[in-house]
Design a protein around this ligand. Structure first.
Ligand SMILES: NC(=O)c1ccc[n+]([C@@H]2O[C@H](COP(=O)([O-])OP(=O)(O)OC[C@H]3O[C@@H](n4cnc5c(N)ncnc54)[C@H](OP(=O)(O)O)[C@@H]3O)[C@@H](O)[C@H]2O)c1
Length: 248
């Protein structure tokens, strides 16, 4: 038995990294998929890897794009059973160097975009649907140079609780998945030089009790748990997939 047979699953930021790994797993579990991303080459590559998936260009920080996406899904599928709000960006600066543009970009994608994605999808979420928000260990820790990234993720964690309260009358569960450092293309998109990224990854591995980075597939499998009825009594929670970083 597949866990997502006859389910419509939307994954924002489904073209690379954790979103793509989750899309592959959901596809194998029988879901009909709608994926989003911005980069044209990544969109094409995801289409080749998942020929059955509907892969769309949409900027989740743009309400116009979110509305267009919802309309597309409504017209094509009529409803959503699983919404994985995964699109996110990571950029790091000392707090003195944060300007309004930097603040707005991070919060715009990671928090505002996530909020309005759930709000605008809510009318077509099936009663009993599962919403999973991709937070981060940064939301409950104090990593250096991460004031804005961490606050965006802490806000998202809060939304898993408050949106659960709002949507529980319809049997819709909202939970969060909280990855530790995971090997994905996100590091290359931070704007940092390759040698700085290598040092960053090494120090992250050293900090993890399991002494390694996680894989996108490890996050995907935990996301499948929250997305499926295997987690039917789990509501408003945050599941850490972090090699023990926030637990030991
Ligand atoms: N990797 C980690 O160590 C780690 C740890 C904790 C949490 N996370 C979270 O996991 C999520 C996925 O990250 P990842 O590591 O898998 O990184 P990734 O490989 O860079 O994937 C991010 C995905 O989101 C998309 N995306 C980014 N901004 C978007 C926007 N405004 N609109 C639509 N799509 C957008 C990207 O596509 P485009 O590039 O085309 O925009 C890509 O598909 C993020 O929310 C991240 O904060 C990651």
């Amino acid at each position: 038995m597949t866990k997502l047979a006859n389910k419509v699953a939307v994954i924002t930021g489904g073209t690379t990294g954790i979103g793509l790994a989750t899309a592959k797993l959901f596809d194998a579990e029988g879901a009909s998929l709608v994926l989003t991303g911005r980069d044209a080459a990544a969109i094409e590559s995801a289409r080749r890897e998942l020929p059955r998936a509907d892969v769309l260009a949409a900027d989740q920080s743009s309400l116009a794009d979110v509305d267009r996406l919802v309309e597309h899904v409504r017209a094509r599928h009529g409803r959503v059973d699983v919404l994985f709000v995964n699109a996110g960006i990571a950029k790091f600066r000392p707090f003195e160097a944060v300007d309004e543009r930097f603040f707005d970009e991070l919060v715009g994608v990671n928090l505002k975009g996530a909020f309005f994605t759930v709000q605008r999808f809510a009318p077509i979420l099936r009663d009993g649907a599962s919403v999973v928000l991709n937070t981060s260990v940064a939301g409950v820790r104090g990593p250096a140079n991460a004031t804005i990234y961490a606050l965006s993720k802490a806000g998202l964690r809060s939304l898993a609780r408050t949106l659960s309260t709002e949507l529980a009358p319809r049997g819709i569960r909202v939970n969060a998945i909280s990855p530790g450092p995971i090997e994905t293309p996100i590091f290359g998109k931070t704007g940092a030089d390759a040698d700085v990224i290598a040092v960053m990854k090494q120090s992250m591995s050293d900090a993890v009790p399991m002494k390694r980075l996680g894989t996108a597939d490890e996050v995907a499998r935990a996301t499948l748990f929250l997305a499926s009825t295997d987690s039917s009594f789990v509501l408003g929670s945050e599941l850490a997939v972090d090699g023990g970083l926030t637990q030991l």
